[in-house]
Design a protein around this ligand. Structure first.
Ligand SMILES: Nc1ncnc2c1ncn2[C@@H]1O[C@H](COP(=O)(O)OP(=O)(O)OP(=O)(O)O)[C@@H](O)[C@H]1O
Ligand SMILES: [Mg+2]
Length: 367
């Protein structure tokens, strides 16, 4: 699956633009603030029905315009697919595939697999565990249709249990039977989520390590661990053991809502001891592994968006990265850079064909 043609009307700093892409590598080159990332975001929009950068849809309409339109023409084997997204101020977003409206936007997610790699990914390393849980949940829900509904059911039960604990505390009462109802729900859905996450990590880790080794040319060893309280015992027992504490905090202290991933480099925490380039390499390997896993499961090669990739990577790692994504295992790639020469030079050295666009003030020129 690749994006052949993109047309944009009034999206961020683009008034009107029509672009034809290479099915392999495309570069958006230009100075700061000219609109390189905005083009990636338009492509992201057509896969995920929303912006990666600005969660408020309406703020993606060009200032002073009343609507935006994005239309992508994709080639999927012999078939062409047209994805349309239109938004008017104060109206509901329109999202169509081959001229047909979706009943639920969620039905579109996964149809055009896409992975985006941006400087914002650093949040995966420095932020709290919820960001890392979202990362794994986002991948698993792209291939496991039931996962998201299990997660919703779990969160609902968790909410009810916490409210109940709070009401016990406020009213100085306790009723084991009513708590048991929510315990059962937590265990039922929590065990399913735990198993899905464990299986995912088992599959994902070797792919991730392979990419880290390839980009760093085997310079460092990395580890990725799935931390869950459920690793240490049955969920039911954990809930029993935690009851006194739960009553005191009026909060559920154990469960898969506490899961985390630990990122290590040579046995030490990446967050504290990794250099910026090592952290960047780690993030790239995570995202490339994500792309490979999605391709393996959905049988469609993901589109890969690489934003400001030169930031923090040395020339050797950059060349390795382009060598990897330029190879046969990856589909269509979009890369941004502020330098007009260095990525085209590296791609030429690797004998990779590409199309370059010069981006200036919301216009994209071929060449
Ligand atoms: N809704 C909007 N309407 C008009 N312009 C917008 C809108 N949203 C963002 N912009 C403009 O888009 C420009 C930024 O574009 P973008 O982030 O794509 O730049 P870039 O080329 O990636 O720059 P950098 O190299 O700094 O990352 C800014 O000038 C910003 O004001
Ligand atoms: Mg940018």
């Amino acid at each position: 699956m690749y994006l052949k043609h993109l047309s944009i009307l009034n999206f961020k700093n683009y008034a009107e633009v029509q672009l034809n892409f290479s099915n392999k590598i495309n570069c958006f080159l230009g100075d700061n603030g000219e609109g390189k990332t905005n083009l990636l975001d338009a492509i992201y929009y057509l896969s995920f029905c929303k912006s990666y950068f600005n969660p408020l849809d309406v703020q993606n309409i060009s200032h002073e315009s009343s609507f935006f339109v994005l239309e992508g023409h994709y080639q999927n084997n012999q078939q062409e697919e047209v994805v349309y997204c239109g938004l008017k101020r104060n109206q509901k977003k329109q999202f169509k595939r081959n001229k047909k409206n979706y009943d639920r936007l969620a039905d579109h997610i996964g149809r055009i697999p896409l992975v985006i790699i941006t400087p914002l990914d650093i949040m995966l390393i420095i932020d709290g565990s919820d960001v890392r849980r979202k990362f794994i949940d986002g991948i698993i829900s792209q291939y496991d249709n039931n996962y998201l509904s299990h997660l919703l059911a779990y969160n609902k039960a968790l909410n009810h249990r916490n409210l109940l604990l709070k009401s016990f505390w406020l009213n100085r009462t306790f009723d084991e039977d009513s708590l048991e109802i929510w315990n059962n729900q937590l265990v039922q859905y929590g065990d399913l989520i735990y198993e899905a996450r464990k299986q995912f990590i088992d599959k994902f880790t070797p792919i991730f390590q392979k990419y880290y080794t390839e980009i760093s040319k085997d310079k460092e060893q990395v580890e990725l661990d799935y931390r869950s309280q459920l690793n240490d015992g049955g969920f039911n027992d954990l809930l029993k053991e935690s009851l006194t504490k739960d009553k005191a905090n009026h909060y559920t202290n154990v469960g898969i809502h506490k899961d985390d991933l630990t990122f290590n480099l040579g046995g030490l925490p990446l967050k504290k001891f990794g250099s910026q380039g090592q952290q960047k390499t780690y993030l790239l390997a995570l995202k490339l592994a994500q792309a490979e896993l999605i391709a393996e499961i959905s049988k469609i090669k993901a589109i890969v968006l690489l934003d400001d990739i030169y930031d923090k990577l040395d020339g050797k790692r950059m060349a390795q990265l382009l060598h990897i994504v330029g190879g046969g295992d990856f589909g269509q790639i979009f890369i941004t850079d502020t330098d007009l020469e260095r990525i085209p030079n590296l791609l030429n050295e690797e004998n990779l064909t590409f199309k370059a666009f010069q981006i200036k003030d919301g216009e994209a020129k071929n060449g």
